[in-house]
Ligand binder design. Structure first.
Ligand SMILES: NC(=O)c1ccc[n+]([C@@H]2O[C@H](COP(=O)([O-])OP(=O)(O)OC[C@H]3O[C@@H](n4cnc5c(N)ncnc54)[C@H](O)[C@@H]3O)[C@@H](O)[C@H]2O)c1
Ligand SMILES: O=C(O)C(=O)C[C@@H](O)[C@H](O)[C@H](O)COP(=O)(O)O
Ligand SMILES: [Zn+2]
Length: 358
């Protein structure tokens, strides 16, 4: 069995463990002293949560299984409040831990619950989606959505460890799996173009967990993320590159009432950012074309409705990378050459949108 362990550095370094059948590592990642564990899990992934809870009980932990709504519906303040009430009910203390089991939505919620309970208890994350493994569970960004915008309430709270059991991916619906591929492709464009070669070599294989390069794609994307967040946990500068494509993506997700897959929105957002960079004279037409071709080859969307522009433009103002009224985009000056585009003219913003509008 191939197991890869990637270290994330920082004030409290932790491991991301990737492999088939690695869930047995959970007690090690929980660390010494933890006796009571709240297993916050997506109600739709009991096939992973139940055996994990049973194994923890067998190992002597007191386990509280807390199911949360499936997918993005978990990232709501009333769900978070429900977790706080449960923690209070069983008396979670600072020597206890939260284990988050599910996709990125669940681990964002579980991580934020851990960040806020008693001002911070240990969280160990067990992502069960591709996107969760390669992006959401790594790096300590936690949070929830509000009607006004995506992830507007949250905290930086790095986990104590991340366990990626790739066998859990086998039950993923294709659309959700491919959504995760968008974040892997993002890592390819901003930092590791070998990822793009692997996807282009076999787009069909890349779109399924049984593809020939699955482990390598996961490992490469996690390495990109780990390197960036190790250097800049709180997004003072470098970490912004992980937000490539997200300025427009988050606006699309809000416009869709958070019922649009995150990775799908990021795919469209990356094509938009590439078109912006091209119009600003910073990116060549062939790299823009490569965005469209590699994303579309895996089944990801690369266009969005023309009529949506005014609402999307308004929402983009509240993007976390904005400073005052100045919009700031992550753009590419070439493959693996991320830069920033600050305060682009309104005409440029709209012209780039016209190029992705359908
Ligand atoms: N914190 C971060 O750094 C970060 C990074 C990227 C994305 N995110 C967030 O992650 C979220 C998206 O994550 P996601 O794509 O994992 O979506 P998700 O958590 O909504 O899961 C997608 C769907 O897959 C189902 N699912 C989960 N595991 C499964 C399995 N093993 N088999 C079958 N079905 C399974 C879920 O029930 C859900 O229906 C968004 O909220 C996004 O904002 C956070
Ligand atoms: O880890 C980061 O930093 C990222 O930007 C990764 C993104 O893929 C992720 O979607 C993140 O949640 C977006 O963060 P936000 O700060 O723009 O809400
Ligand atoms: Zn993302």
């Amino acid at each position: 069995m191939t197991v890869r362990t990637i270290r994330v550095e920082g004030a409290a370094p932790y491991d991301v463990v990737i492999g088939a059948g690695v869930l047995g590592e959970l007690p090690r990642l929980l660390g010494p002293g933890v006796r009571t564990v709240a297993v916050v899990h997506d109600a739709g992934v009991t096939q992973v949560a139940r055996p994990l809870e049973a194994a923890l009980e067998k190992a002597g932990y007191r386990v509280h299984a807390l199911a949360v709504p499936t997918g993005e519906a978990a990232k709501e303040v009333h769900v978070l409040a429900g977790l706080w009430s449960s923690f209070a009910e069983f008396g979670m203390t600072r020597s206890d831990a939260v284990v988050g089991v599910g996709g990125g939505a669940t681990t964002d919620l579980a991580g934020f619950a851990a960040a806020t309970w008693l001002r911070g208890v240990r969280a160990v994350l067990v992502p069960t989606t591709l996107l969760g493994m390669v992006d959401a569970a790594v790096g300590g960004k936690t949070g929830i959505n509000i009607p006004e915008g995506k992830n507007l309430v949250g905290a930086f709270h790095p986990p104590g460890g991340v366990l990626c059991d790739v066998t859990t991916l086998m039950t993923m619906p294709r659309e959700d799996y491919v959504s995760g591929l968008a974040e892997i492709i993002k890592a390819g464009f901003i930092a590791d173009p070998a990822i793009l070669d692997l996807v282009e070599d076999d787009p069909e294989g890349a779109a399924t967990p049984s593809g020939p390069h699955t482990l390598e794609l996961i490992e490469r994307a996690v390495r990109v993320k780990a390197e960036v967040v190790s250097a800049d946990l709180k997004e003072a500068g470098l970490r912004e590159i992980l937000n490539y494509g997200h300025t427009l993506a988050h606006a699309i997700e809000k416009a869709e009432d958070y019922r649009f897959r995150h990775g799908h929105a990021v795919a469209i957002g990356m094509v938009y950012a590439a078109e912006l960079a091209a119009l600003a004279g910073r990116l060549s037409a062939d790299v823009v074309a490569r965005h469209r071709s590699v994303l579309a080859a895996t089944g990801l969307p690369v266009a969005y409705g023309a009529e949506a522009w005014p609402a999307l433009r308004a929402t983009m103002t509240i993007d976390k990378k904005s400073r005052g009224s100045t919009l700031r985009f992550v753009v590419l000056d070439g493959l693996a050459k991320p830069g920033r585009l600050e305060g682009p003219a309104e005409e440029l913003l709209e012209a780039a949108y016209k190029r992705i509008a359908r």
